[in-house]
Design a protein around this ligand. Structure first.
Ligand SMILES: Nc1ncnc2c1ncn2[C@@H]1O[C@H](COP(=O)(O)OP(=O)(O)OP(=O)(O)O)[C@@H](O)[C@H]1O
Ligand SMILES: [Mg+2]
Length: 267
């Protein structure tokens, strides 16, 4: 894998909010077809780093390369055009619309348009939604179901399906399993495996280390806005958990540059 051109390479990303240094110079590499776990304690900077990649935030410093080419991501459309989609922590679906309408929200297939008047091609959108739902093996009986009648797990699947609908090559998921039942969690994990099998790369943010362990090839740990570990997922789940927690709480750090805080903590 080391010889491959990364699909995403983020270098020295810095981002502050007022006095808060959310990211203090983070590097992240993602390879084609790879599932990368992104973990860390609350406020470590995970969502911020991914919002920089998805164009929701502009970094203060740092560079992003997509397939080896320097990218200028200044808004979510730039990122989407580069094949990157993010499913947000509080995924925004319109509950009163059906599954197909949600999948196509904001990028509807138009049958004909005359200035502001547009007639949607509902049948095409339904067909394509059905194909997508089947391809990803999502368990939903009809794409005409209103989203607010779906379970939490089905909604998460629709949000992920929507992100993958338009040839996304990189799917970022922020806590996709946080609010789900055990059965629904295992379906989301299956969906991640399915995306990988179809050649997508996935970045998975989760506090559930067993989910990270179950599907990730590699894991990055952030602590206080810095990367403290970047390693393949290996060993059994107990060793994995013990190791990752040690990085999360600051007992271990694979990268030499120590923050002033860490030095101060140690006296
Ligand atoms: N829009 C914002 N305005 C101000 N501060 C922010 C903003 N977004 C994030 N922060 C701050 O940046 C830091 C990193 O937040 P971030 O949301 O990236 O953490 P996280 O690792 O995703 O945490 P969690 O696991 O709780 O979701 C936090 O101190 C947070 O308060
Ligand atoms: Mg977050």
């Amino acid at each position: 894998m080391a010889e491959q051109t990364p699909i995403v390479e983020m270098q020295n990303i810095k981002k502050h909010f007022g006095a808060v240094q959310a990211l203090r110079g983070v590097d992240l590499t993602l390879y084609p077809g790879e599932v990368l776990g992104l973990v860390g304690d609350n406020a470590a900077g995970k969502s911020t780093l991914m919002k920089v990649l998805s164009g929701a935030y502009l970094p203060d410093e740092g560079q992003i390369f997509i397939k080896g080419k320097k990218a200028h991501i200044t808004n979510p459309e730039d990122s989407r055009r580069l094949g990157i989609e993010m499913v947000y922590q509080d995924f925004a679906l319109a509950g009163n619309l059906d599954v197909a309408a949600n999948i196509f929200l904001g990028r509807e297939i138009v049958r004909w348009g005359l200035g502001p008047i547009r007639v949607m091609n509902k049948r095409a959108m339904e067909e394509q939604s059905r194909n997508l739902v089947d391809r990803l093996k999502i368990d939903i009986s009809s794409v005409r179901l209103k989203v607010d009648r779906l379970s939490g797990g089905q909604r998460q699947a629709v949000a992920i399906g929507r992100a993958t609908a338009f040839d996304a090559k990189v799917i970022i998921m922020d806590e996709p399993t946080a609010a789900l039942s055990v059965a629904a969690i295992s379906k989301v994990l299956d969906l991640i495996r399915e995306l990988k099998a179809q050649g997508c790369s996935v970045i998975l943010i989760s506090h559930r280390l067993e989910d990270i362990y179950a599907v990730s090839d590699r894991v990055i740990v952030l602590r206080q806005g810095r990367k403290v570990a970047d390693r393949p997922v290996s060993g059994n789940i107990h060793e994995f958990r013990e190791n990752i927690v040690a990085y999360m709480v600051g007992a271990k750090n694979d990268f030499s540059q120590e923050s002033e805080e860490t030095l101060a903590e140690r006296g």
